[in-house]
Ligand binder design. Structure first.
Ligand SMILES: N[C@@H](CCC(=O)N[C@@H](CS)C(=O)NCC(=O)O)C(=O)O
Length: 257
């Protein structure tokens, strides 16, 4: 019997973190794919599992573990013996968690702005204002985000601020790699901090924001390493990249470097 059940969405950056850790540890899991644009995550049955109305949610032996960062740490707690993804030393482990907090505060929310403007906006453009406001009001966590975006997208100023925050986050990653000696953020071994930031960097590459590291070879090398990790391909199955899912973005697609 599969012990792990993952409610998630292929293109969701938070879901990609959970899938990667499950795959890296070789844990078999059943995936339930929610359609975030028809509102599967807001249906009463799912809200009973995750009252925040977001993915991912992991069910392990019938009990729910919520939030992608918590899920990554939980999987490390229960299967730290297989493909360990945290340093043993408590101070180093604390540093890794500090990196993860930074990632959750800086790049993870910032990538949503270009993602929505470039990819997701068409889902909302044909809605009436009334239906749009009703949708926003139904979102436990993302009401204000959606209202700020509106049906015409985030204004240029907000796009510029988000890109600036993403670029600063890439510069911070570059510093961490230099400090640890690389090639990963924490040094010689891949850690939960790398997996936490992975979906942001993969998304930036997907939507042509990779200029951020054209003068940073350590980041390009880091991206190559994560893409060639055995957990990458099963995590990023077809339809996980925006340029694969959205035909209007196909022109952004380039062959992987
Ligand atoms: N802090 C949460 C955030 C989860 C989250 O925002 N998930 C997005 C997909 S990446 C979602 O489900 N959005 C649904 C919506 O906006 O209605 C986590 O890391 O799990």
């Amino acid at each position: 019997m599969t012990q792990f059940l993952l409610y998630n969405a292929p293109q969701s950056t938070c879901s990609q973190r959970a899938r990667f850790v499950l795959n890296a540890k070789g844990l078999s899991f059943e995936e339930i794919k929610l359609d975030l644009f028809t509102g599967d995550q807001l249906k009463p049955d799912y809200l009973k599992i995750n009252p925040n109305g977001v993915v991912p949610a992991l069910i392990h032996d019938g009990r729910a573990v919520l939030d992608s960062t918590v899920i990554m740490e939980y999987l490390e707690d229960v299967r730290g013996d297989v493909c360990p993804l945290s340093p043993q030393d408590p101070v180093e482990r604390g540093r890794m968690r500090w990196m993860m907090r930074y990632i959750d505060e800086m790049p993870a929310p910032s990538i949503r702005v270009p993602s929505f403007n470039l990819a997701f906006l068409p889902h909302f453009q044909d809605m009436s204002e009334e239906a749009f406001v009703q949708l926003a009001n139904s979102k436990p966590l993302r009401k204000e985000f959606l209202l700020a975006m509106g049906r015409t997208g985030f204004p240029q100023k907000e796009m510029d601020q988000a890109i600036d925050r993403l670029n600063r986050s890439v510069a911070r990653m570059d510093e961490w790699i230099a400090q640890s000696g690389g090639p990963w953020l924490m040094g010689k071994s891949v850690s939960l901090a790398d997996i936490a930031v992975m979906p942001v960097i993969v998304r930036m590459a997907d939507i042509n924001l990779d200029k951020a590291w054209e003068d940073k070879p350590a980041i390009a090398h880091w991206l190559h390493l994560i893409r060639t990790h055995p957990a990458f391909v099963p995590t990023y199955y077809t339809g996980s990249l925006l340029t694969e899912k959205y035909p209007h973005l196909a022109s952004l697609r380039k062959t992987a470097a």
